[in-house]
Design a protein around this ligand. Sequence first.
Ligand code: HEC
Length: 203
Amino acid sequence: MNKIFKILIVAVLALSTFGCFQGAPKKKPPIHLIKNMDTQGKVKPYRASNLFENGSGMRMPVEGTVARGLLKDDEAYYFGKTSTGDFVKKSPVTFTTAVLNRGQDRFNIFCVPCHGELGDGKGPITNYKYPIPPTSYHDDRLRNVPDGELFNVVSNGIRNMPSHKEQIPVPDRWAIVAYVRALQRSQNAKLTDIPANQQQNIK
Ligand code: HEC
């Protein structure tokens, strides 16, 4: 082997080991000879694109598109309304003991600060000059409003009451409606609501 050849081998070895300064910071992107599909031209959200007439890379969803899992096709359940837009008289959710317990739990978190534990409108907020006193549930008008209307008040608020649809999911809103109904009965109980054999114990 001649001398030059040996030097060449040493030089190539040295270069391949230290020559690239692996790990050293570089300003330019690395040379990438064979790209395969490592980098591809693609449209990213909000980028312009010449392909479409309006110059936007993003496309409008086809009219009537519904995101997966967000189809609210049950008017009664999701909005408390019938197909003609009236409030449903009876809740589409059956008021079981479990539903009532859940309703009590949620009511105590979300409604008590304003409406009070009994729903008489005397929650702690009344000590802090809330501009409009929260309504008591215990009058004939509210006893007779359809379940769907109560659901709507919780969902969208009413006049000075804020909406709660962002913080309370639909099933919990119905559970709260169930509990409001229980509160209304509890504050308006008649002697005949008590079993006959217990009635004489009540004075
Ligand atoms: C921030 C205080 C506040 C909270 C929290 C609140 N309410 Fe109210 N609510 C009010 C006020 C104030 C009114 C009276 C609104 C008015 O007439 O201007 C009201 C009115 C109502 C009414 C009567 C609606 C009508 O037809 O007149 C119902 C029913 C009701 N609230 C239910 C609830 C329930 C159930 C919750 C819990 C999910 C709740 N509210 C949470 C303040 C509140």
